[in-house]
Design a protein. Structure first.
Length: 236
């Protein structure tokens, strides 16, 4: 088995709230941190620009983290869009489907992302993958669950013959608790960076500014973010 460097981390970084906080979590813990994002034809492609804004703001605000933050890679995963319509990749209505899942669910998306990230981590000699998946306060996607991710990582370890592992610092906490984690990691400065620069809205709305950040205000992602912010500020 190939031993990878356990001080090198690769963060699956979408530009959203959860991955931005996970990036800060990784920068606090590992000596060298790179990021990887995925263009899968998402209708909220504005989040790809948010990735650069978050990285830049963190670099300017935290000198220690800036020294640890390495390369960013954007991977073309648009084949996911070609496999069929979802409300994340096409202009269709965001509702609950007959199977009980929201129409924003892109089947196996996170499993594909982990596979691509693992291939890059192998080349970067990075033993640690970091991702912002959460099953405590989320939209119900089955590929966000801890059991799903553990099974995928076991397959990836076998398939690469490495000791690669996945860290999901937000898996068991709520959105409100994730804001508190951001505050613990980087104080009000980090909270403001995530609030101002990250993007979570499924519709890609960046024109409307709310107390909790930018977004349409009524898609599932905005509702989760707004509720989490209210819980965080209410407990402050």
């Amino acid at each position: 088995m190939r031993k990878l460097n356990d001080q090198n981390a690769l963060v699956l970084f979408s530009g959203g709230q959860d991955s931005a906080i996970s990036l800060a979590w990784a920068l606090e813990r590992f000596q060298h941190v790179e990021t990887v994002g995925f263009d899968y034809g998402q209708r909220h492609a504005i989040e790809l620009g948010a990735r650069d804004a978050v990285r830049q703001a963190i670099t300017e605000a935290f000198s220690d983290w800036s020294a640890r933050l390495g390369k960013d890679t954007l991977v073309d995963a648009t084949g996911l869009r070609d496999l069929g319509e979802t409300a994340m990749t096409h202009e269709t209505e965001i509702v609950l489907a007959d199977d009980g899942l929201p129409t924003t669910f892109v089947p196996a998306r996170n499993l594909v992302f982990l596979t691509l990230a693992a291939a890059l981590a192998y080349r970067r000699n990075a033993a640690i993958l970091v991702a912002g998946m959460c099953e405590a306060d989320y939209s119900g996607y089955p590929d966000c669950r801890a059991a799903t991710l553990a099974a995928q990582m076991e397959a990836l370890r076998l398939g690469t013959e490495t000791d690669m592992r996945l860290e999901t610092p937000l898996m068991t906490i709520t959105k409100a608790e994730s804001w508190r984690l951001a505050e613990q990691l980087g104080g009000e400065t980090l909270v403001n960076i995530v609030n101002e620069h990250s993007h979570s809205c499924y519709r890609g709305v960046r024109a409307e500014r709310h107390e909790w950040g930018y977004g349409c205000g009524d898609c599932p992602a905005c509702e989760l973010r707004a509720r989490g912010w209210a819980g965080y500020r209410g407990s402050a």
